[in-house]
Design a protein around this ligand. Structure first.
Ligand code: E4P
Length: 217
């Protein structure tokens, strides 16, 4: 399963990239706001930190304006992936952009039928929001399971990009189901490294090592 970082914080992306865990980056208007930076400038910098897809989201609501914004965003770098909302105009834009080879991430997906529409529109990625689904009393991971089944039934190549991940169990379940990508806030990726027994084990080994009085090198 690929790991994308869900942030526009370039220091975090650079630090995590050094661990080899970063296969791409997702941003959205809220994350750009949080960064306090200009979308063009920060997206360009992010594109230089990974060879993988970097999702940059349009904010227009009609197809024609979405196409204009996509044209601006895709010139930033070759690895920009245009993010569009799951609306009729968003899917028109998806179809037009993917037909000429541009990567498209269809975002704000909350049903398996919506994911089916995105695949039919040729989306490179579908982003079901599991955390927001859970927050509203639905089962976010069941949504991923359904989309996996449907995509496999028809051999759709659209990648399932699990979004709105809140905790490591979402990541574990995504991998069990066979999602293609999990996009995670930096804190969730860092949380995956942690285990209380790892920390305890290091502590014990270091205590015993100290008693040997030895040094390596
Ligand atoms: C990623 O592409 C999404 O925009 C993001 O995961 C949404 O996460 P949130 O529900 O925590 O805002």
């Amino acid at each position: 399963m690929k790991f994308f970082v869900d942030t526009a914080d370039t220091a975090e992306i650079a630090d995590l990239a050094a661990t080899g865990m970063v296969d791409g980056v997702t941003t959205n208007p809220s994350l750009i706001k949080k960064s306090g930076r200009d979308i063009m400038e920060v997206t360009k910098e992010i594109c230089g930190l990974t060879d993988g897809p970097v999702s940059a989201e349009v904010v227009a609501l009609d197809h024609e304006s979405m196409m204009k914004e996509a044209e601006v965003l895709r010139k930033i770098a070759d690895n920009v992936c245009i993010k569009v909302p799951l609306t009729i105009d968003g899917l028109k834009t998806c179809k037009a952009l993917t037909s000429d080879g541009t990567m498209v991430n269809v975002t704000l997906c909350f049903s398996a039928n919506q994911a089916l529409l995105a695949a039919k529109a040729g989306a490179s990625f579908i982003s079901p929001f599991v955390g927001r689904h859970d927050d509203n009393g639905f089962d976010g991971m069941k949504l991923i399971d359904d989309i996996r089944l449907i995509y496999d039934n028809y051999a759709y190549e659209t990648e399932i990009l699990v979004a709105s991940i809140r905790h490591p169990v979402h990541v574990l379940e995504s991998a069990r189901i066979g999602a293609d990508v999990a996009t995670m806030p930096p804190g969730v990726i860092r949380g995956l490294f942690k285990h209380v027994l790892t920390d305890k084990g290091i502590e014990g080994f270091l205590a015993d090592w100290k008693d040997t009085g030895q040094q390596i090198g």
